[in-house]
Write a protein of this length. Structure first.
Length: 335
C-alpha cells in the first residue's frame, strides 16, 4: 500500500501540495515557509530544504513520503546533499526496507562529484555487505582509500584497519600506522589510541613504551577514552604485559579499571571483581567482587561464571544477598 502511495505521489507535480496535507502538522512559521516555497520554485536547494522539514518534522506518513519525493527530485537535479541523503535513505532503512543496491546507485553519483562522504559510504556498504549486496573487501578498500585521500578521517581509520588485518589488501603494519597517524592528526581519538597501541607492541614501528603510555594518558586525560583507560590499567596491573613496569601498581590499575567499568567496559567489570576478591589496589571485599563478576557475567564475559562459583564458595548466604542487592544498585550507575 505504501509503495502504491509513493507512485501516486510521484506523478504529481512538484508545484502542487494537493498530494499531501500540512493542516494537521505543528510546523512553525519558518517551517511552513520552507515547505511552501516549493510551490513557486524548482530550485533543488529549495526542494532539499522542504524535504528535510517533511522528513524530520512531520507526524504524518503522507507528508514524510512527500519529503522523499522532493529529496529525490533534488537529487536527480544533481544537488549533492540530496544525492547523499537518498543514499542514506536506502542504506538506513528510513521508510522502506533497506536496499543497498539503490544506496550504491546514489553514492556512486556522490563519489562522481569527488565527495569523500560518497566514497566512504560506498566503502562501508561493500565492507559490511547485506541488503542485496555481497561483502567485498577489495571494493571497500578502494573506496576507503579514495575517501581517505580526500581527507576523511573515519576513512583513514578504517583503511588503516584493512591494512592491519590484511582485508582486501596485503597486510602492512607500516601503512596501517601511517593512516592511523594521519587520522589522529585530524583529531580522531580512536586513531590516536591505535598509534599508542602500535608503539606499545611494535607494530609498524620500533617499540616505544614511553610514547605509548604518553599517548594513552593523553587520550584519557583529554577525551576520557575508555580503551586507553583499559590499556593503562593492564600496563600498571600485570608486569607480563608489554611496556609494564617491573612492579605492578595496583592502585593505579584499579582506578583505571573502575573508570572503564563504570563506563560499560565488560572486561573491566571482570577485572574489578578480581581486584576486590584479591585485594589488589583496594581492600578485599567478596561482596563487591561477586557484584562485579555478576555484572560481567550478565554481559557474557567468558570466565565470569566460573569466577562467580569460586567466590561464592567462601561467602555466607547474607553476603551473597548483599552482593545481589549491590549488583542492582550498580546497574543504575554503570553505563
Amino acid at each position: 500500500m505504501k509503495r502504491i502511495l509513493v507512485i501516486l505521489l510521484y506523478v504529481c507535480s512538484v508545484n502542487t501540495v494537493q498530494a499531501f496535507d500540512l493542516s494537521m502538522e505543528s510546523y512553525d512559521k519558518q517551517q511552513l515557509q520552507t515547505v511552501g516555497a516549493v510551490k513557486n520554485s524548482t530550485d533543488p536547494a529549495v526542494l532539499y530544504a522542504a524535504a528535510n522539514v517533511l522528513w524530520y518534522d512531520s507526524d504524518f506518513q503522507e507528508n514524510v513520503e512527500q519529503g522523499t519525493l522532493y529529496m529525490e527530485q533534488a537529487a536527480d537535479a544533481g544537488f549533492l546533499q540530496a544525492i547523499e541523503a537518498m543514499g542514506d535513505f536506502y542504506y538506513e532503512d528510513s521508510l522502506i526496507d533497506a536496499d543497498n543496491k539503490k544506496s550504491i546507485h546514489w553514492f556512486e553519483k556522490s563519489a562522481a562529484k569527488s565527495s569523500a562522504y560518497g566514497y566512504y559510504s560506498l566503502a562501508t556498504i561493500y565492507y559490511e555487505g547485506g541488503a542485496g549486496v555481497d561483502a567485498d573487501y577489495k571494493k571497500a578498500f578502494d573506496n576507503f582509500l579514495k575517501s581517505a585521500e580526500l581527507g576523511n578521517d573515519s576513512a583513514m581509520y578504517d583503511l588503516a584497519f584493512q591494512y592491519m588485518l590484511g582485508e582486501g589488501v596485503k597486510k602492512d603494519n607500516k601503512k596501517a600506522l601511517y593512516w592511523f597517524e594521519k587520522s589522529a592528526e585530524l583529531g580522531d581519538v580512536r586513531s590516536t589510541y591505535q598509534v599508542g597501541y602500535a608503539h606499545q607492541f611494535g607494530h609498524g614501528v620500533e617499540q616505544d613504551c614511553a610514547k605509548a603510555i604518553a599517548i594513552y594518558q593523553k587520550t584519557f586525560d583529554e577525551d576520557e577514552y575508555i580503551r586507553s583507560a583499559v590499556a593503562l590499567a593492564d600496563i600498571y596491573y600485570d608486569n607480563r604485559v608489554q611496556c609494564a613496569e617491573k612492579r605492578s601498581d595496583y592502585k593505579k590499575s584499579f582506578s583505571f579499571y573502575k573508570f572503564a567499568a563504570y563506563n560499560g567496559n565488560t572486561y573491566s567489570k571482570y577485572q574489578l571483581g578480581y581486584a576486590y576478591r584479591n585485594g589488589h589496589g583496594v581492600y578485599s571485599d567478596v561482596v563487591q567482587s561477586l557484584a562485579w563478576y555478576s555484572l560481567a557475567d550478565e554481559d557474557g564475559y567468558d570466565g565470569a561464571a566460573d569466577a562467580i562459583r569460586e567466590v561464592k564458595t567462601n561467602m555466607r548466604s547474607e553476603q551473597i544477598a548483599k552482593a545481589d542487592k549491590l549488583k542492582i544498585e550498580l546497574e543504575e550507575e554503570v553505563y
